[in-house]
Design a protein around this ligand. Structure first.
Ligand code: XMP
Length: 317
């Protein structure tokens, strides 16, 4: 029967056999999958694993710095690249969800390629692809419908001429977490909610500006930190805030305001394919809403998304 310990032993052995003394480059995202893939590879080939962590400027508040520090503490050889400005430029005036994903995917590949070229004689590209990614990239991009293009699946373009190594491609998420625990990865990191590759770009409906990113990062941080403080974080499969492209009227003192609306979303799920909205305590929602409106300049209304998937997807774009 399958155990994390046995999986680690076999996979490390297989990776040693396959990769030998060659160099491997891997893009870290801050998520569970790429982190577990990196630690497995690090165990197998040590310093021949070169990790690149790109800040696309669309991560959660302070995430880039804190996750980069964690990676360094774990002994990974990781280069942090702040490409926020380049992504923002690529996204300028772009309001269409798929166009935003494409712009981000293209920019990521450019940035990653630039960085990979800095490493001499690299042979392999490692990815944290897991089984549901393999399935979804087939069904989602099937012949008749394209629902969403998941840009982190399927590898980088030919011109990089790298061989692919995907040590987690047969695992489900819960198995990846168990392997991570077996490898001694921090519980908080392993318990992190999934976060989409395009990040906050698909939670800012419409076009993206630095100011909108700032607003959403503040809102999201209040919501997520609140879930942690209330002991709700681990009861939720995924949560986040969405910045809506509407202003609504409010009042502050004797002043009329006309400011942004944000939606909060928290779902229960096992694999993201179906999901139910979470019945968060009213008192939590009340406190969170007050905190957001009082502390985040530019927001005067908070709503809670009570839609399940299907038919509503988890993300709004
Ligand atoms: P949906 O919105 O399709 O989301 O119900 C299901 C899961 O997939 C994530 N998601 C993405 N992940 N790139 C990603 O890496 C994407 O473009 C993307 N779109 C959605 C979403 O956060 C949820 O976990």
């Amino acid at each position: 029967s399958w155990t994390p310990a046995a999986f680690v032993d076999t996979t490390v052995e297989e990776l040693k056999q396959k990769v030998g003394a060659d160099k491997v480059v891997l893009g870290l995202s801050g998520g569970v999958d790429s982190t577990v893939a990196a630690v497995l590879l690090h165990k197998a080939i040590g310093k021949n694993l070169y990790c690149i962590f790109v800040n696309n400027g669309l991560l959660r508040k302070d995430e880039f710095e804190s996750v980069l520090d964690q990676y360094k503490d774990m002994g990974l050889n990781v280069k942090g690249v702040d490409a926020s400005a380049r992504f923002l430029k690529a996204l300028k005036d772009e309001a269409d969800p798929e166009a935003k994903r494409k712009a981000i995917g293209k920019t990521f590949i450019e940035v990653f390629d630039d960085e990979a070229h800095e490493i001499t004689d690299v042979t392999y590209l490692a990815q944290g692809t897991i089984y549901p990614d393999v399935i979804e990239s087939v069904s989602v991009n099937g012949p008749s419908v394209t629902i969403k293009s998941h840009h982190n699946v399927g590898g980088l373009p030919d011109f990089m001429k790298l061989k692919i190594v995907e040590p987690l491609r047969m695992l489900f998420k819960d198995e990846v977490r168990r392997v991570g625990a077996e490898l001694g990865i921090d519980k908080t990191l392993l318990g992190r909610h999934p976060f989409p590759g395009p990040g906050l770009a698909i939670r800012i409906l419409g076009d993206i500006t630095a100011e909108k990113v700032r607003i959403l990062q503040e809102v999201d941080a209040i919501f997520i930190n609140g879930l942690r403080e209330w002991g709700l974080y681990d009861k939720v499969w995924q949560a986040g805030a969405i910045l809506l492209p509407v202003n609504s009227v409010g009042v502050m003192g004797d002043e009329r305001t006309y400011e942004k609306v944000v939606a909060l979303r928290a779902v229960e799920s096992t694999d993201g394919m179906t999901a139910d909205w979470v019945n968060l305590p009213y008192e939590f929602l009340q406190k969170t809403s007050n905190a957001i409106i009082n502390r985040v300049k530019g927001v005067n209304r908070v709503v809670y998304d009570i839609s399940s998937k299907p038919p509503a997807t988890i993300e709004w774009e």
